[in-house]
Design a protein around this ligand. Structure first.
Ligand SMILES: *Cc1c(COP(=O)(O)O)cnc(C)c1O
Length: 396
């Protein structure tokens, strides 16, 4: 491949993942890009310095390492530009800070990632932004919630922990009419299974910590904007000064190369586990968009190309008191699923879902929710682990 030739749209996603963002012959043919540790960049003379007349000027504004990852993400997302920040949470907060000002009204989906809600309810409110939460099932009815000062709609689909789908094109159409920016946290699907910008979303956000990094050892976030919103995002991040560390950027680019095959495995194992869970007497309901029984399944089937490896299920319990005991006995009965936050790594994880911060969606599940991150282990071992945990919970 020549230096100017970039993979074209006709290439498959895995082929693109292998090549995206970096041409080995820019750096003597080495297949991986150099990890540039830098603050200062030297200028050859005073005039070049005065004019900022060279590609790199200071490492807060980009390095060959950060360019390799942002170029790769731009290609995957179909974005005009991408900003890298030190965590997935920072990716959402920087995006909201970029487009909102005092006096603005922001519509945030009620099934949003909990730490984003905390940011909205504390800092955004303190800065004079009116924050309002909407039901993920709202679709085009969101128009009724629009005010003259509504400047932003923030989506996350599927929603955190409960996986509600959203009618993205319907919401985008309304937001466009009102000239509001649409941001979307697309961490669950990754751009392999859903490309927000192709559906009219302005800003696609990814906790790279999850599937792109893929090994539970990195925190990173990416924010990718379309043409009309990119400049403002770049300026906002330039003003705030958030930069990701070179070694972390390198590891995320390395992770991207294998993300497609990892996701295939997460998907097939998660689907097998979801179907198995549906048949268990101890399970009231399984929340996973790829299951035909799930409320959001048709939206998922219409817009998404796949399902990743995170799902929840409702543990059937008699009463409130025994519920907690039972869920703890279940979690303590697991040997292969670790108890821990986050997901997207190689190891399977489990936790009890906390829905106490929701304000629009009531917890009407009639039992406690357990969330599973299905890792890369052999699925028969994972199912045996779940069997053991259900046995342990029976006596509780
Ligand atoms: C994990 C997560 C985040 C935050 O990512 P961190 O890197 O852990 O800060 C944001 N959004 C969603 C949907 C997530 O699952």
């Amino acid at each position: 491949m020549s230096e100017t030739e970039r993979p074209s749209l006709s290439l498959g996603e895995n082929t693109r993942l292998v090549r995206a963002g970096y041409d080995p012959f820019d750096h003597h043919g080495f297949i991986n890009p150099p990890v540039v540790h830098a603050s200062t960049v030297l200028f050859p003379d005073a005039e070049t310095m005065a004019k900022h007349d060279q590609k790199y000027t200071y490492a807060t504004r980009g390095t060959p390492t950060s360019d390799a990852l942002t170029d790769a993400i731009n290609e995957l997302e179909g974005a005009t530009g991408t900003v890298l920040v030190p965590s997935g949470l920072a990716a959402v907060t920087v995006a909201l800070l970029a487009y909102l000002s005092p006096g603005d009204h922001a519509l945030i989906v009620d099934s949003v990632y909990g730490n984003v809600r905390h940011f909205c309810d504390t800092m955004l409110v303190r800065f004079g932004v009116q924050v309002e939460y909407y039901n993920p099932a709202i679709g085009s009815e969101i128009e009724k919630m629009f005010r003259p000062n509504t400047r932003l709609v923030h989506l996350e689909a599927p929603g955190s922990n409960t996986f509600e789908m959203q009618d993205v094109p319907a919401i985008v159409a309304v937001a466009r009419r009102h000239e509001a920016v649409v941001t979307m946290d697309n961490t669950w699907a990754t751009p392999l299974f859903f490309k927000p910008l192709d559906f009219g979303v302005d800003v696609s956000i990814q906790a790279s910590t999850k599937y792109p990094a893929g090994h539970a050892d990195i925190l990173l976030g990416s924010i990718s904007a379309n043409e009309r919103t990119w400049k403002r995002l770049k300026q906002a991040n330039g003003a705030l000064g958030f930069c990701a560390a070179p070694d972390d950027i390198y590891q995320v680019l390395r992770g991207l190369r294998t993300m497609g095959v990892r996701l295939e495995r997460h998907q097939s194992s998660a689907l097998a586990i979801a179907e198995w869970l549906e048949a268990q007497a101890e399970v009231e309901q399984v929340l996973y968009p790829a299951l035909p029984s799930f409320a959001g399944h048709s939206l998922w089937a219409r817009d998404f190309k796949g399902a990743s490896g995170v799902l929840s299920f409702v543990l059937s319990t008699a009463g409130e008191k025994s519920a907690r005991r039972k869920s703890h006995a279940f979690l303590d009965g697991l040997r292969l699923f670790g108890l821990g936050y986050s997901w997207g790594g190689f190891q399977s994880l489990a936790l009890e879902v906390d829905l106490s911060d929701r304000t629009v969606l009531a917890n009407s599940y009639g039992g406690l929710l357990i969330r599973l991150q299905v890792g890369l282990e052999d699925v028969k071992d994972l199912i045996n682990d779940l069997k053991r945990a259900f046995e342990a919970a029976k006596g509780a």
